[in-house]
Design a binder for this molecule. Sequence first.
Ligand code: 9MR
Length: 355
Amino acid sequence: MRTTAPARTRLRLAGALATVLVAAGVVTGPAAQAGEQHGKQRTLAELAQRHGRYFGSATDNPELTDTPYTKILGDEFDMITPGNGMKWYATEPQQGVFDFSKGDEIVKLARKNHQRVRAHTLVWHSQLPDWLTSRTWTADELRPVLKKHIQTEVRHYRGKVYAWDVVNEAFNEDGTYRETVFYKTLGPGYIADALRWAHQADPHAKLYLNDYNIEAVGPKSDAYYALAKELKAQGVPLHGIGLQAHLALQYGYPTTLEDNLRRFARLRLDTALTEVDVRMLLPATEEKLAQQADWYRDMTKACLAVRRCVGITVWDYTDKYSWIPDFFEGQGAALPWDEQLRPKPAYHAIREALG
Ligand code: 9MR
């Protein structure tokens, strides 16, 4: 009596099982790669979507003429953030004169590629127009200026963007308020006002506060936690906290990231990793790139572990267009694709975490 299936049936069963496991994302390695070769390899966006998350990239207008670059931008991601085009200096270069051409170009491209947009940013102390920074303001003068800027821009993009970084980088490292022109002139209430004004202008957009160095639990993220709790208690329309996640290998991994995401979720707030990059002291060695890959993997896993962490955006996807070398001398190689648009170990690590 035959107790095992004939060889050909066994092969067919093994093949079917492999297909199911690959489809379910259970199997990776040679079998999965072979399976993926028949169809197209899933994109980061598709892998993220299977978890109900998005995977995004920042981009900037000057790069959009680079066709190999825009091909990957259009293929791999389902969320786009304009790196500069929606900032105050770009959108209101003269007081009361608005120019949305840069942001519009990126929104249009995203639409063509069936991507959503995380809009960035309405209130920030940096990249402000000269007319705003070159004089002093009283509260009575600045309030209507801020309100008009926020509402004109948010109305312009109403229905076209998923979320807004309403206020960017409002706190110092020690958790005290950053002494920006808005804080100094209007007091801390400018944050609640900005959120309310933005909400009036687009009631469907998710409204975020966004900052760097708040990935770990510490004085700066504690300040956001306290503020968010207070704003929620007051019924102010705040929907999420954006953790920029500009990390650097030489400063260590924020090991409390997942706990931090969880405490914001308990306040009924979304979180997102909004500007991820992991820089290193150059030259990039195999060892550093492997460590970088581990960090990308761990960050992705932390987000997937917390239901309200809605997605991840890298601060552009290729070292070719990273802001790092211009701002930190001798540092770079921060993104998952290299300067030649070749995927790095970090890219494979993200896939693995999403897989
Ligand atoms: O990517 C942006 C870069 O092109 C600009 O020169 C720079 C100016 O500060 O801003 C970069 O984006 C910043 C973002 O808007 C807010 N978080 C920090 C980012 C890196 O500086």
